[in-house]
Design a protein around this ligand. Structure first.
Ligand SMILES: Nc1ncnc2c1ncn2[C@@H]1O[C@H](COP(=O)(O)OP(=O)(O)O)[C@@H](O)[C@H]1O
Ligand SMILES: [Mg+2]
Length: 410
């Protein structure tokens, strides 16, 4: 990338973000409406008041399972019923929905998402099971796939759970990277969902002893093709962000170096995609024999996304909690700038309790950057006074009693 030093606000003076949000039977909200500015938005209130739930709702305007990775069934509003002296049961006949008016530069569009029951044909024709899936409408038209949301809206987030992102198993890191790809490559969300589906089907056949070679071969063929496309898109995103960070290091947040550690991604270093596809297909075929003992066969579903604190040459998992948070912010900032330059609209940032591990200097620097980038960032906190320095540039929303009202600092 040879972009000279630039000022994004000059290149893209336009704004993107959520301007109106409506929640229906979504977690603790029976009905919530709020209006928002494309600016930093400080969402404050006591623990358990419903701050994170608002961010989660916004995350459902982008493809995927949202900021908590929740099961759809957990999201609809539960109404506790006190039936006896001590027993509590929950009823929830409700269907949740999130609707929003989105600004994407000069364009205003509505995105609505809700859960719909549909029926899946199973092998046994009498046993078609009901299952819930998330449907999405843009300006009233149902999208064939959630993935297409990536054309209009994207969100990136940091949550307290991500304090452990670099320490545990590789799945959340992969998911984190895959979400970064969605904004650049709309097909990626489709591919990752598709791969998961193919893999489950493949695993089920083997587990049930249905070693139908024809069917397994066909699944392996598709998994190999989809898997190589996933690996290639991940490689591209990692290269793009590394190049960007190399050229445009941040002045406050530490530069990161990103790496992929996966057999398929590595194979693409020096082989053509078709060749890697063949290898992947053969590998899956060999793994039929082991998959039941080793439930996670090798492939793109085992790739690790590695992050290094560049100047120190230190892997992120060995960095302090505060440093890890700063590394994540670095990635988010690079992604935001990169996306604005290449796609023409910025992602919305969802920063859940982000101030927790940041010192005053970093917190103030982050706010300054968000302001200068002209982006929308939803920032939750129990202590709005921490955000006093942007009192004139931010919108303050107070969350209380399952409602949100305009707040402020006094
Ligand atoms: N499906 C649900 N139905 C009703 N309430 C819920 C549901 N899921 C979570 N909650 C409640 O929502 C409240 C607010 O949660 P959250 O947004 O995480 O709070 P915080 O303001 O601390 O971020 C919690 O008290 C939680 O128990
Ligand atoms: Mg919270």
């Amino acid at each position: 990338m040879n972009d000279p030093a630039y000022n994004l606000t000059q290149i893209y003076p336009l704004k993107s973000g959520v301007e109106r949000l409506t929640l229906t039977d979504f977690r603790n909200y029976a009905g919530l409406r709020l209006e928002a500015e494309v600016a930093p938005i400080i969402v404050y209130g006591e623990n358990g008041s419903g701050k994170t739930n608002i961010l989660e709702a916004i995350s459902f305007l982008a493809p995927g399972r949202g900021l908590r990775g929740a099961r759809l069934a957990d999201i609809k509003r539960f109404i506790p019923q006190i039936t006896g002296t001590s027993e509590i049961s929950f009823i929830s006949p409700l269907n949740w929905a999130v609707a929003a008016e989105i600004r994407c530069n000069e364009e205003i569009l509505t995105i609505a998402t809700a859960v719909e029951k549909s029926f899946r044909e199973t092998e046994d024709a009498d046993d078609s099971r009901a299952f819930e899936r998330r449907v999405v409408k843009v300006d009233g038209n149902k999208l064939a796939s959630q993935a297409e949301l990536g054309r209009y809206f994207s969100a990136i987030w940091i949550t307290p759970q991500m304090d452990r992102l670099f320490r545990g198993g590789s799945q959340p890191r992969r998911a984190f990277l895959d979400r970064l790809v969605y904004a650049f490559d709309t097909e990626h969300a489709k591919r990752t969902a598709n791969f998961e589906h193919l893999y489950r089907e493949w695993y089920r056949l083997i587990k049930e002893g249905k070693r139908d070679n024809h069917w397994l071969n066909a699944l392996e063929e598709q998994m190999a093709a989809t898997g190589v496309a996933i690996a290639a898109a991940r490689r591209e995103q990692v290269a793009r962000l590394n190049a960007f960070i190399e050229n445009e290091p941040d002045d406050i947040f530490p530069s990161v170096r990103l790496e992929l550690d996966g057999v398929i991604e590595r194979a693409l270093d020096n082989k053509a995609a078709v060749e890697v596809e063949d290898e992947y297909r053969n590998m899956m075929q060999r793994q039929r024999r082991f998959v039941l003992e080793n439930d996670n066969p090798d492939g793109i579903n085992r790739t690790d996304f590695k992050v290094y604190f560049k100047r120190k040459g230190m892997p992120a998992d060995l960095c302090s909690t505060g440093e890890q948070k700063s590394l994540l912010i670095s990635i988010l900032l690079a992604q935001t700038k990169c996306q604005t330059l290449h796609k023409g609209f910025a992602p919305v940032m969802l920063l859940d309790e982000v101030a927790a591990h940041l010192d005053d200097i970093k917190r103030e620097a982050l706010l300054e950057k968000i302001k200068n980038l002209n982006i929308q960032a939803w920032i939750t906190t129990t202590d709005p006074q921490l955000f006093a320095s942007i009192r004139n540039d931010a919108q303050f929303l107070k969350v209380k009693n399952n409602q949100v009202c305009p707040g402020g600092l006094f």
